[in-house]
Design a protein around this ligand. Structure first.
Ligand SMILES: C[S@@+](CC[C@H](N)C(=O)[O-])C[C@H]1O[C@@H](n2cnc3c(N)ncnc32)[C@H](O)[C@@H]1O
Length: 159
């Protein structure tokens, strides 16, 4: 699979559909459309070895939806930082949160620049939504991204 990591500020990579990519394989397991034959081929190979992978991916996604629904509803949260967004699919964080609280603000973060070249999950159909959806999958991410003081890793915020 590709490792398309690049430093912040670099140009987004060209979409290379000649080699599989982990985010697109995940999208395939979720039943999304942002994947190509090469991704489906390796996705099928993994499924042959680990048949539960699609169930696991969908359960993971369903958990995200339940968590955001709870946070936006019962817990009254209005700001969300979605780290490891992946490719847009059904029930993206802003859709779930804003269905409950339209004023919710969501920042999407992903360290994989591939998501830059895929269709944006934030729709111009909601241009006046109070949420400023800053996402690596928007066409103009650099202008809409807040100035983060560092970069999130699994170990926390590094500066
Ligand atoms: C398995 S996908 C999950 C996608 C989505 N959150 C979902 O639930 O369907 C994991 C994503 O996390 C991203 N990721 C992994 N490590 C990261 C990091 N340190 N910072 C930001 N994104 C990261 C990957 O690029 C990938 O897109």
């Amino acid at each position: 699979m590709t490792d398309s990591s690049s430093a912040p500020g670099q140009n987004p990579p060209m979409l290379d559909i000649s080699v599989p990519h982990s985010a697109r394989v995940w999208n395939y397991w979720l039943g999304g459309k942002d994947n190509y034959p090469v991704d489906r081929e390796i996705g099928d190979q993994v499924m042959a070895m680990f048949p539960d992978i699609t169930r696991l991916a969908r359960a993971d996604r369903a958990f995200l939806g339940r968590a955001v629904r709870y946070l936006a509803g019962e817990a009254g949260i209005r700001q969300f930082l979605d780290v490891g967004t992946g490719l847009p699919t059904a029930d993206n964080t802003h859709q779930v949160a804003q269905a409950i609280a339209p004023e919710s603000r969501i920042v999407y973060v992903d360290n994989d620049p591939l998501v830059l070249v895929q269709p944006a999950p934030c729709s111009p159909a909601r241009p006046r939504a109070p949420a400023t959806i800053s996402t690596p999958t928007c066409a103009t991410p650099a202008r809409s991204w807040p100035k983060l003081p560092g970069r999130w890793t699994s170990a926390g915020l590094s500066r």
